[in-house]
Design a protein around this ligand. Sequence first.
Ligand code: NAD
Ligand code: TDX
Length: 332
Amino acid sequence: MRILVTGGAGFIGSRFVTMLLQDRFVGWEGADTTVLDSLTYAGNRANLPAAHPRLHFVRGDICDTELVHDLMRGADAVVHFAAESHVDRSLTGPTAFYRTNVVGTQSVMEAALRARVERVLHVSTDEVYGSIETGAWTEDSPLLPNTPYAASKAGSDLVARSYWRTHGLDVSITRCSNNYGPHQHPEKLIPLFVTRLLQGLPVPLYGDGSNTREWLHVDDHCRALHLALNKGTAGEVYNVGGGNAWTNLDLTHRLLELCEADRSLVRYVTDRKGHDLRYALDDSKIREELGYAPRVPFDQGLADTVAWYRDHPDWWRDAAAPPERPDARALT
Ligand code: NAD
Ligand code: TDX
């Protein structure tokens, strides 16, 4: 078995590759993995084993269709993670988002078709559905993306679907909620707040903190991806939820406790433009059809994540600073 993973040096992709190399996925024991990653600010080669007999790392761009095609020759499956992934960055610099997420996905699907890859998984997000006040999205909910990031991911989903519908490419799509865990870049809420609180620095809470997200441990997400790749049906979409809905304010209070920090460190700052109020997924399809069930209790997963950041300051101190905000002075 040979698997090509795009974006495998990022947060989720590197965890997926690590679990694969540890033979944590039934049926894929001994599989060889090729990682294709251009190592943007978000990619880190150190997220992966330095050397492993079953790991082949290639630094390159998914928009280079010839390269992607060469790497896909002989691959049994492709898992496509590579993307620009941070909403705030998409507000100030959308071009890279449309290039990598839309054009890059078209390149990956085209290469997979030409290389006759048997199975492809496109990793997407709940943000393509927009924002929902009550209830939860099913896979049939309309795509109503609100941010440049979400619009580019919705575009990528439609590109993947069109390669299935037109050309019969065996591709499925997963849409998951907010992931958390070790190795997440400190531009995202949990690692940003944890790394700042551990240094005694204030944290920027957007708006009034009532925005709600569902949290999914990265290991549970990776197990769901394995199931979707192995047992999913071509052309189908699978929502992957975490079932742990928290307002940002409540989550911030939990992080303050875990970091033993004082509530005075919370700074209410100008809201994110177009800030989605609430995400909520109905993931009964993947649970009932593929047997998915998250295993990591949120309290445990969050405490372990905080402990990982506490124990690995060298990993996050070098990471690029989050994009400059107009109200950054509120944080000093
Ligand atoms: P990440 O930003 O941590 O990693 C993205 C990786 O893609 C990086 O290693 C980067 O170097 C690589 N990359 C970017 N542009 C590239 C290009 N043009 N060519 C090759 N490699 C490129 O992202 P993540 O959080 O690991 O997310 C992985 C996937 O999961 C993305 O598709 C994202 O949209 C999706 N997703 C993430 C979350 C989340 O909470 N993190 C939730 C839902 C969906
Ligand atoms: O400094 C901050 N202050 C703050 O209040 C940051 C960075 C975020 N927030 C809020 C905005 C959101 O309501 O916290 C919430 C989570 O923000 P992010 O971590 O930026 O995640 P989100 O915008 O929800 O998107 C994430 O989940 C879906 C990932 O970044 C996406 O890649 C994924 O598709």
